[in-house]
Design a protein around this ligand. Sequence first.
Ligand code: BES
Ligand code: MN
Ligand code: MN
Length: 462
Amino acid sequence: MENIKAYVQEHKDRFINELIELLKIPSVSADTAYSHDVFETADAVKASLEKAGCDFVEICDTPGYPIVYGEKIIDKSLPTILVYGHYDVQPPDPMELWTSPPFEPVIKKTEIHPEGAIFARGACDDKGQMYMHVKALEYMVQSNTLPCNVKFMIEGEEEIGSKSLSWFVERNQEKLKNDVILISDTGMISNQQPSITTGLRGLSYVEVEVTGPNRDLHSGLYGGAVANPINILAKMIASLHDENNHITIPGFYDNVAELSLEERAEMAKAPFNLENYKKALDLNDVYGESGYVTNERNSIRPTLDVNGIWGGYTGEGAKTVIASKAFAKISMRLVPNQDWEQITELFTKHFRSLAPAGVTVKVKPHHGGQGYVTPTDSIGYKAANMAYTETFGVPAIPVRSGGSIPIVALFEKELKSKTILMGFGLDSDAIHSPNEHFGVFNYLKGIETIPLFYKYFVELSK
Ligand code: BES
Ligand code: MN
Ligand code: MN
């Protein structure tokens, strides 16, 4: 494996250029206007897996966007690593806040990435991190060091709830059989301090609609005499948190797995600087649930957030109007033992009960998934830690993340295997935001670290 560093150095310009080509295709899964591009990206991923050395690659059609499946089976008696990633990306808007166009990747230096970072939608989430695995395979095939079997499963609907992947996994248990699932779609603490994500939050995502009168009304002629759906919606949403920022939905916390004081003390050891955190976000203070610190609020505690709210007149100038309808999109991040379908039901029942006479309320569930925690005493975790230790010079710290990859819990249920989350992104990489980027250092370090995971996983499995 000594040669991986040299191999990366020799080929880094090509590695970067290949990723840039992939990033140029706007594979936005949420918006059907980009549908053609999403399919085209699947083809590009397929071609890259073939070139890297998979001996079988196929585009698997689904009711939605296709799944790219690839494999290289060298010996059925050896372990099999299943690599998962996604080739779809979030919508790029608001466009005007990008300093360079989201699908015209450029390398720019930043304070955190003095060696440069690739700016493009999907650079970090997840095309860049997924492609590290393709290049790591290329190295292992070229250098004849692939120590086990490998399967790739790259989907195109992660950002919209992985519906087709659930469908696919349920129907292909045998094909997807593996000893460990490896994913790079999370982050690490910093470029000096690697970490391994040991937990993901679950998710319940709903859309609500409040209807008042059957048409928009003159706010002078009718104002004061009928319920204004926007006023009512604002009031209903405000009541979902109490003065301690606890969520008020009855039963919401019933199954929440509480951490012991020892576990919380362990968490507090991870490096974190509140002043820098506030500075990075231009905040004069943080905000959240009483009784918990920032790193607990955003990882081991459940939340409820409005992601978007609209209704009435929002154009230029003033229009005097009482809207007929008001809407909001609401997400709840869940922690282990909370069941997303049950939480969706509790929300629906409670939200409907909040509606006063004079309006009607509809709640439409979008998608969701369970949270996940992975043990730190597994072979996979140990192998990942050994790999990071070798390339970064310091051991990785286990960290529970606040983000969600709902399909991970389903993998465990359907495929009966654990997932190792080897992320190489940074929180400051602006995933889902304008100016998303991925450090060139992170990209190349990932390519270097992954083959070591293979090596140690196979060694420890003996
Ligand atoms: N890669 C992210 C999730 C993530 C990022 C986890 C960083 C941990 C650290 C993933 O693509 C994502 O954005 N997931 C969505 C959920 C999905 C169902 C839309 C999320 O977390 O909002
Ligand atoms: Mn992702
Ligand atoms: Mn994402």
